[in-house]
Design a protein around this ligand. Structure first.
Ligand code: AMP
Length: 140
């Protein structure tokens, strides 16, 4: 299996409820290693740039407002098939549809306030990691 890196964001609904450690323990239990991590408050411009692909969606404005409503924790996760594995650990976008045991099933508040983001492909993972981290900040 290929070792991959993926970008994860613990969203404001989860940091507000002090759930960073609970989310991280799920990543680690699944064999994902947190090789970079920082807590920050996204600016509106950063949120809009990060979610640029969703600009035409009806939820874009609300999503950017939510993502700037409190601190986030941005992370690089590394491991075998990390992109797909992280998406398994997160569960479906809509917590009502997420499988038992997933982060979103157990912790998410709504389809928007769904506690975590994870890259959806290896290509996007590389772009999203570079959005937040310099290579020197990622330490395996
Ligand atoms: P993704 O790029 O797949 O992470 O999707 C962007 C984010 O937008 C999701 O993780 C949700 O936070 C939010 N989102 C996606 N679909 C909806 C929706 N139908 N209504 C509200 N928010 C949504």
């Amino acid at each position: 299996m290929a070792t991959e890196r993926t970008l994860s964001i613990i969203k404001p609904d989860a940091t507000r409820r002090n759930l960073t450690g609970k989310v991280n323990s799920k990543f680690e239990a699944a064999g994902l290693r947190i090789v970079a991590q920082k807590r920050l408050r996204l600016t509106r411009a950063q949120a809009e740039a990060f979610y640029e692909v969703h600009r035409s969606r009806p939820f874009f404005d609300s999503l950017c407002t939510f993502m700037t409503s409190g601190p986030v924790v941005v992370q690089v996760l590394e491991g075998d098939n990390a992109v797909a594995k992280n998406r398994e650990v997160m569960g479906a976008t809509d917590p009502a549809k997420a499988a038992p045991g997933t982060v979103r099933k157990e912790l998410a508040e709504s389809i928007e306030a769904n506690s975590v983001h994870g890259s959806d492909s290896l290509d996007n993972a590389a772009k999203e990691i570079a959005f937040f981290f310099a290579e020197t900040e990622i330490v395996r």
